[in-house]
Write a protein that binds this ligand. Structure first.
Ligand SMILES: C[S@@+](CC[C@H](N)C(=O)[O-])C[C@H]1O[C@@H](n2cnc3c(N)ncnc32)[C@H](O)[C@@H]1O
Length: 222
C-alpha cells in the first residue's frame, strides 16, 4: 500500500520522511503535516509508534493507573488525532472506561480515527462543532492532552478544562526542556490553579536521526 522510506531531521516538528506509494510515486512529508499523514490508513501509528517508538501512551497510562479513587473513568481526549490514546487505554490498560470522547481540530483526524480505530471512542467532535453545555453534562473525571502541547495555546487549555467536573484529573505531556517557553507558561498556570498529583520524565520517542527526546508526563487535579 505504501512504504515509509528515508527519515530526516533532528528536531521535533522539523522532521520529514519519504513515503513511497504503491504506484512508485514518492512524497516528502513533514511529521506535523497531520492532514497528509491521516490520509493514509494507519500511517500515523506506523510512523510514530512502530518506527519512532513513541512511549507517550504508556507514560500517560502509568500516571493514570496510579489513581485509586476512581472506579470508572469518563475521559475527554483532546487533540485525539487518529485515536491512539484511546486505543492504548482500551486495549493495554486495566483501567475501567465508562465514557471516552475525542475532540480534534482536523476533519482528517476524525476520519482516520473512525477508519483506523473504530469502536474505541463513544463520541467524537470537531473543534467548534460541539455543544459545551452538553459536554459539561458528561461529567468528565479526566481530560487527556496526549502529544498536544505543541499545538494548543493557553486559551485552549482554559476552555477545555471548563468542560470538566470539579476534582477531575488533568493528564498531559510536555517537553522536558525546563526553559521551553510553552512548558513554563503551561506549568505556571497549572500550578496556580490546580493541584499536582504526580509527574514522571520518560523517553518520548526517537527523532528521525535516531537520537531520542525526553518528555515529562504530569497529572494534576482540578
Ligand atoms: C501529535 S498529534 C496527537 C494525536 C493524539 N493525541 C496522539 O497522541 O496520538 C496532535 C493532534 O492535535 C490536533 N490539534 C491541533 N490543534 C488542536 C486544537 N486546537 N484542538 C484540538 N486538536 C488540535 C491535531 O489535529 C493533531 O491530530
Amino acid at each position: 500500500m505504501y512504504n515509509i522510506k528515508k527519515l530526516y531531521g533532528f528536531q521535533q516538528g522539523q522532521e520529514f520522511f519519504q513515503l513511497e506509494l504503491e504506484d512508485g510515486q514518492t512524497k516528502i512529508i513533514n511529521i506535523w503535516d497531520y492532514t497528509t499523514l491521516y490520509q493514509y490508513p494507519k500511517l500515523y501509528e506506523k510512523l510514530i509508534v512502530e518506527q519512532l517508538e513513541c512511549n507517550v501512551y504508556s507514560a500517560l497510562e502509568t500516571l493514570l493507573s496510579q489513581v485509586k479513587n476512581i472506579d470508572r473513568w469518563r475521559i475527554l481526549d483532546v487533540a485525539c488525532g487518529s485515536g491512539l490514546m484511546g486505543k492504548y487505554l482500551k486495549q493495554q490498560s486495566s483501567i475501567e472506561i465508562e465514557l471516552l470522547v475525542g475532540i480534534d481540530i482536523l476533519p482528517a483526524a476524525l476520519t482516520a480515527l473512525k477508519r483506523d480505530n473504530p469502536h474505541i471512542y463513544d463520541q467524537t467532535y470537531l473543534v467548534g462543532q460541539y455543544n459545551s453545555d452538553r459536554l459539561k453534562k458528561c461529567e468528565f473525571n479526566c481530560i487527556i492532552f496526549s502529544a498536544a502541547a505543541n499545538h494548543l495555546d493557553m486559551q485552549d487549555y482554559q476552555d477545555y478544562l471548563n468542560l470538566l467536573s470539579n476534582h477531575a484529573y488533568i493528564l498531559f505531556n510536555l517537553t522536558n526542556h525546563i526553559q521551553d517557553e510553552r512548558r513554563v507558561k503551561i506549568l505556571r498556570w497549572m500550578n496556580e490553579n490546580f493541584e499536582l498529583c504526580c509527574n514522571m520524565v520518560y523517553t518520548h520517542r526517537k527523532l528521525m536521526n535516531d537520537s531520542t527526546v525526553e518528555h515529562e508526563v504530569f497529572l494534576y487535579r482540578k
